[in-house]
Design a protein around this ligand. Structure first.
Ligand code: ZN
Length: 434
């Protein structure tokens, strides 16, 4: 109920710096959809926020999918005939194909090349590649490094294990005044990639820390899951409780310099879609609102037809639309504390609307009440036009967001008008229809 948008740019910058420091700490860890890198990431987050860890055994059936074997890696390299590590996992965890099966053998350059991945269009960058559901081994390297490999034999070594274990995910529940929930979801399964992955984790973590300090009407459920299989697993484990989710957001790619992009829920006009559109419109900043499509992040699962949850995706530049996406160039330099702080403060603005959007009833609906005799025309901070809009529209059907949209006045001013009118006994919450 008291969630407030961060007003000063200094606050937002400070928030951005805090998020950035957490991201920098998490960046070196080799994460995947399962394994110790994932657990290590969760345990670092647990230092700041009380995440509960769930372990779902490999082989568990989750709708049409099966929880995969657990992958762990200790080392990987390709050595040339001189014994030099020409590709070295210790330099960057992107060098190994994520989920690579263990291998130790001598291969010719021709055979090696069948297992190498590069980006000829960005010859200095190392691509990020995975092979979760098909047993394979491989290495990723810059195209320039590939061109330097000479004919001859190479020793390839991947010291990994792929065996029955579990899929790990984190979940955090913040109880509100009501049982109904706002779901916040971010994927945590990428190795050293900053914007796609860590930016969402960092912003979600600070949202938890902030929400812990203020009373709120809705309960919040934050989930820190591996992409796709984690969302599917979580939905399968929680199917009975999904009706509690009133609003939801997937948060990802929120640290780059691009404008904010919001991908609407499949419903297209859910309250979270409207609240986000309102915040972005009133920010005065360039932004994009895009319609749902069944590709992208975990909104695909939340918005699958059997669930059709009101969950949108909040990002800056969409995935695959920035060249650094899924490459070594999505590093700490591709993020800025300013962008992270701006994303954080806009998300708080959205949560503020969702948490405070209610329907009120005008208790003096026959003509306008005489505001002057109640001192409301002179009350400090009262936006008189907002008072008149709230009085006129509060017939038991319109929410504060409806009024904000129709009047063109920002939600915060409409909310404040409702507070002032309630204090003057001219308005009461219409609980029956809420
Ligand atoms: Zn990704």
């Amino acid at each position: 109920m008291n969630i407030v948008d961060l007003k000063s740019p200094d606050d937002s910058k400070k928030a951005g710096q805090e998020i950035y420091s957490l991201i920098a700490e998490l960046f070196p860890i080799c994460r995947s959809i399962t394994g110790d890198g994932y657990r290590q990431t969760m345990s670092i987050l647990q230092r700041d926020i009380p995440i509960k860890i769930h372990e779902i055994p490999s082989g568990t059936q989750v709708f049409d999918w099966t929880v995969p074997r657990e992958w762990n890696i200790r080392d990987a390299y390709v050595k040339n005939a001189k014994g030099e590590r020409v590709i070295d996992f210790r330099k960057s965890n992107l060098h190994v194909l994520n989920y690579s099966i263990p291998v130790k053998k001598i291969v010719s350059l021709a055979e090696l090349k069948e297992h190498l991945f590069t980006l000829p269009d960005h010859p200095d960058w190392v691509p990020y590649r995975t092979s979760y559901y098909k047993d394979n081994w491989g290495f990723c390297l810059s195209h320039n490094e590939l061109l330097k490999l000479e004919d001859g034999d190479y020793e390839v070594y991947v010291d990994s294990t792929l065996e029955p274990g579990s899929l790990t995910y984190g979940e955090l529940y913040l109880e509100g005044e009501e049982q109904e929930e706002i779901l916040i979801s971010c994927h945590c399964c990428h190795p050293s990639l900053a914007n796609d992955n860590l930016s969402g984790i960092g912003v979600a973590t600070l949202l938890v820390k902030y929400l812990q300090t203020v009373p709120h009407r809705f309960s919040y459920r934050f989930i820190f899951i591996p992409g796709t299989i984690g969302a599917i697993t979580w939905l399968a484990m929680n199917e009975a409780n999904l009706n509690r989710i009133k609003h939801g957001l997937v948060i990802t790619g929120v640290g780059d310099a691009g404008k904010i992009t919001y991908k609407k829920s499949r419903r297209g006009n859910a309250e979270v879609d409207r609240a986000t559109a309102h915040v972005l419109k009133h920010s005065g900043q360039n932004h994009d609102l895009i319609d749902f499509y069944p590709y992208g992040y975990d909104e695909r699962q939340y918005c699958s037809p059997a669930f059709n949850l009101p969950v949108g995706c909040f990002m800056r530049t969409p995935y695959a639309q920035y060249p650094e996406y899924h490459t070594s160039a999505d590093n700490l330099e591709s993020l800025s504390p300013e962008s992270l702080g701006d994303s954080f403060s806009k998300l708080l603005g959205i949560l503020q609307i969702l948490d405070n959007n209610r329907i009120y009833l005008n208790l003096n609906p026959k003509c306008e009440p005489q505001l002057g005799k109640r001192g409301l025309y002179s009350s400090i901070g009262a936006n008189e036009l907002a008072l008149l809009w709230v009085l006129n529209m509060s017939d038991g059907d319109n929410s504060l967001l409806d009024i904000a949209e129709r009047s063109g006045i920002g939600f915060t001013a409409i909310q404040e008008a409702a507070r002032i009118l309630s204090t003057s006994d001219l308005l009461k919450e219409n609980r029956e229809t809420n």
